[in-house]
Design a protein around this ligand. Structure first.
Ligand SMILES: *Cc1c(COP(=O)(O)O)cnc(C)c1O
Length: 355
């Protein structure tokens, strides 16, 4: 058997079921937000084990509305980690609040309690805590500081800590169903909370029509077409996670060396391996990625650029993120990855890193 190269870094996992669910909606002329979205909202909330939910059209929209639901506005401060996509920085800036950037641990990519503590002021109104790469962050520790936590579960659908799913430990949680996330609706997102008032507010702000009063509102609605795909994907999420965990096991066993560190599952957690990340200690990540690509394997840096670099903050204050940025690479991982492709990734890693 031959394999098509390059092996993509990430890939949506869609079947005939997803395709017919979406086309059914089109045939029924169910195009915008209706019953299908409501069904997806309640099924997804049930899966995570949270009472109330509101579906939107992206993870970014979910973050924006979560911040507004906490009344965050100009003059407030919101702490976010540096090692994350700029969606978080954008969402904070949409509200006019001041983003405060915290460092992360090079061992899992997650925001550190220590740096959050340091950056806390009287103006801090929330901390956004992503569970990076699918590995649960210390939400409990951060929540114990007494500031509301928005859990960002865009990369961690199905991940668990002490047998509780990520998304159940903060005041609000947000999810993304972008094409290559844990599960997809093409583009899409969700806000969950056990606080009914928060979700009422999100529901009020996500669409503008049929309102008795006027205030600034948005058009962040999810479509029934997207929700139909999401419902199908949700039925498969546990099998997606099982596949990802099996690939992670394979990589950990086959790519063994003192020249690299696997960002592995932590005790007491269930990692869902949205990304499979290793840190290299004998070459830069940039160089390794180029060599993987020359062998037909699209390894990538796990992040385009840390936020403190965009904002030109002093790199000395972000030593965890700097280390991760210099040393970490992300290997192809997704439910559709074939055994022969996994072998090729592992043999390329051996050739490049271990030599
Ligand atoms: C993808 C992602 C987002 C943004 O989601 P979109 O649906 O692309 O807007 C936010 N936070 C994290 C951690 C992400 O990985």
């Amino acid at each position: 058997m031959t394999i098509k190269t390059p092996i993509p870094h990430s890939k949506p996992c869609l079947g005939k079921d997803d395709i017919s669910a979406a086309t059914d909606m089109i045939k029924k002329r169910m195009l915008s937000s209706g019953e299908e979205v409501q069904k997806f909202e309640s099924e997804f909330a049930k899966y995570i084990d949270i009472k109330y939910s509101s579906a939107v059209n992206s993870g970014t929209a979910a973050l924006h509305l979560a911040l507004l639901a906490l009344n965050i506005k100009a003059g407030d401060e919101v702490i976010i980690p540096t090692f994350v996509c700029t969606a978080l920085l954008n969402a904070v800036n949409y509200t006019g609040a001041t983003p405060v950037i915290a460092d992360v641990s090079p061992d899992d990519g997650n925001i550190t309690l220590q740096d959050v503590k340091k950056k806390l002021t009287k103006k801090t109104k929330a901390v956004i805590v992503p569970h990076m790469f699918g590995s649960p962050a210390d939400v409990k520790g951060i929540a114990s500081l007494g500031v509301p936590v928005i859990e960002d579960c865009a990369q961690s659908i199905g991940a668990e800590q002490s047998n509780r799913k990520t998304g159940t430990m903060g005041q609000i949680s947000i999810f993304s169903f972008y094409a290559t996330k844990m599960m997809t609706t093409a583009e899409g997102g969700m806000v969950l909370s056990n606080d009914r008032k928060i979700i009422d507010k999100v529901n009020d702000l996500r669409s503008y029509d049929h309102r008795a009063d006027y205030k600034v509102r948005f058009n962040y609605k999810m479509t029934d077409i997207a929700a139909a795909i999401g419902r199908c994907q949700l039925l498969k999420i546990e099998s997606f996670i099982k596949s990802r965990r099996a690939i992670a096991d394979y990589y950990r066993q086959k790519i063994e060396s003192d020249k690299l560190i696997h960002l592995a599952e932590k005790a007491g957690t269930r990692h869902v391996f949205f990304r499979y990340v290793v840190r290299l200690n004998n070459m830069t990540a940039v160089k390794a990625v180029a060599r993987f690509k020359s062998l037909g394997v699209n390894a990538e840096l796990p992040l385009y650029l840390p936020i403190h670099r965009y904002l030109r903050l002093d790199r000395k204050n972000y030593s965890g993120a700097e280390k991760l940025y210099r040393e970490a690479i992300s290997l192809p991982i997704y439910p559709d990855l074939k055994k022969i492709e996994m072998k090729k990734v592992a043999s390329s890693a051996k050739e490049i890193i271990i030599g």
